[in-house]
Design a protein around this ligand. Structure first.
Ligand code: 5AD
Ligand code: SF4
Length: 444
């Protein structure tokens, strides 16, 4: 590759993100590198000179969506010369194979290789480039560079990778082993966000509960207590927790640490202990339910959400009914539910799958219908209440309304006479649907 460095001045770039919050934060960091090099962010891939596609491999569907997006980019590259980089989990998984199959791609970078971006872009891209090396430590990109979508709520990555090898999950193969970021760096970033006026932070990692500071060995509870000190930050959230590593100590810290929201995403995946065993989740239905009981005894107002996989290989009707019954028993405030999708390299994809595709679909619909009914009931019981909402902007669907989230991370759309974007507002709930609450700002 030609080493003749070139500045990105006057070049437009676009970052397209598939997948989870971790990818969203990585894209913000990549956008930061490109804009620090002089590039101008653009919403339009057609008009851009550089396009970075940050990919997700967690389910087949996300890969399919990626390939159709890449097809559109190939067409637009015929009209205007551009550099196309594919990064993230699919990049890590297939590496240079992506370049061979899709010659319009210029470079491929796995998640541990983002600090090479500016070097690649500064050269003149005559040669194709792939880097999918693993690093043992967390890859620090100066946080000041991060080009954040929001100036109210910010993601802060605290660890990356996963050691759990749930039998269905590709993440340990695409993100590698757990790497924790030094607590000093995390706290510096949070402090800097507080100084800039951010109100909320969301700590990110595949398994945040197993966080350990590589320097001091302080744990996740210690990190929450430290983060709590950042003046100006009012809400602290974290995602994702693993029930196996979610301890009584963390629950107690959540209760005792003033800024930590009473909200938890605790993926259960299935309601049957035998399925959980085959998933290699490391807990039983009963152990999961004990943690929920503990959480509710400490924080009766806690808002809970979960992930569900319907139609795991070999899941019998009886086992599936246990998933429905755990939804009835816990009554989560929100769930994310998926049809099982076989992923390369995983243990589950090598097993014989006795659950037909149509049956997986039926089970998923049953899960979603039941949950919709539960959420509608739960949300209806909130009508008349006044709750604190952090307003993030105008509602996309109904621009005359403001939109935000409450402490439980539920979407609240509301009327307000004043512009309250970026502020905490007391909102009286007047009506609801299964997926959002509606109300009006209380006079302040
Ligand atoms: N099939 C379906 N869902 C999956 N998830 C992870 N791997 C798979 C798979 N192979 C879901 C899990 C996880 C969420 C991020 O994605 O529910 O918690
Ligand atoms: Fe995947 Fe399990 Fe790790 Fe979560 S804990 S990223 S589901 S392997």
């Amino acid at each position: 590759m030609d080493k003749g460095a070139r500045n990105l001045k006057n070049l437009k770039f676009h970052v397209h993100t598939f997948g989870c919050q971790m990818n969203e934060n990585d894209s913000e960091r990549i956008a930061g590198i490109l804009s620090t090099a002089g590039g101008k962010i653009s919403n339009s891939p057609e008009e851009s000179d550089i396009i970075i596609v940050n990919t997700c491999a967690v389910r087949e569907k996300s890969e399919e969506k990626l390939y159709s997006y890449l097809g559109r980019l190939a067409t637009s590259k015929k009209k205007k010369k551009k550099t196309i980089g594919v990064v993230g989990c699919v990049a890590q998984l297939y590496g240079s194979e992506l370049l061979e199959k899709r010659p319009f791609i210029d470079f491929v970078l796995g998640p541990d290789n983002y600090n090479q971006i500016s070097e690649i872009i500064h050269s003149n891209h005559e040669e194709k480039f792939t880097s999918t090396n693993w690093s043992r430590d967390y890859n620090e990109i100066p946080h000041e560079m991060t080009f954040r979508e929001s100036n109210i709520s910010a993601y802060v990555t605290i660890m990356e990778g996963c050691n759990n090898f749930c039998s269905y999950c590709i993440v340990p193969f695409t993100r590698g082993r757990e790497k924790c970021r030094p607590m000093k760096k995390i706290i510096q970033e949070i402090q800097c966000l507080a100084d800039k006026g951010y109100k909320e932070i969301q700590l990110l990692g595949q398994n945040v509960n197993s966080y350990k500071d590589p320097d001091t060995k302080k744990d996740f509870s210690n990190l929450l207590s430290e983060a709590n000190r950042a003046e100006g930050i009012e809400w602290i959230r974290f995602i994702t927790s693993h029930p196996k590593n979610f301890t009584k100590n963390i629950a107690t810290t959540m209760k005792d640490t003033e800024k930590v929201c009473h909200q938890l995403h605790l993926p259960v995946q299935a309601g049957s202990s035998s399925v959980l065993k085959r998933m290699n989740r490391g807990y039983t239905r009963e152990e999961y339910l004990e943690k929920i009981t503990l959480l509710r005894s400490l924080m009766p107002d806690i808002s809970l959400s979960t992930d569900i996989i319907a139609g795991f290989p070999g899941e019998t009707e009886e086992e599936f009914l246990e998933t429905l019954s755990i939804l009835e028993e816990v009554r989560f405030n929100n769930i994310f539910s998926f049809r099982y999708s076989p992923r390369p390299l995983t243990v589950a994809c090598q097993e014989k799958d006795t659950v037909p595709f149509e049956e997986k679909k039926r089970r998923l619909i049953e899960v979603q219908n039941l949950q919709k009914k539960i959420q509608l009931e739960l949300n209806n019981s909130l009508i008349g209440q006044v709750m604190k909402v952090l307003c993030s902007g105008k509602s996309k669907k109904t621009p005359r309304l403001y939109s935000g989230r409450n402490e439980g991370y539920q979407v609240v759309n509301f009327k307000s006479k004043n512009n309250v974007i970026g502020r905490f507002v007391d909102v009286r709930i007047t009506s609801c649907g299964p997926y959002s609450l509606h109300g009006e700002a209380v006079k302040q």
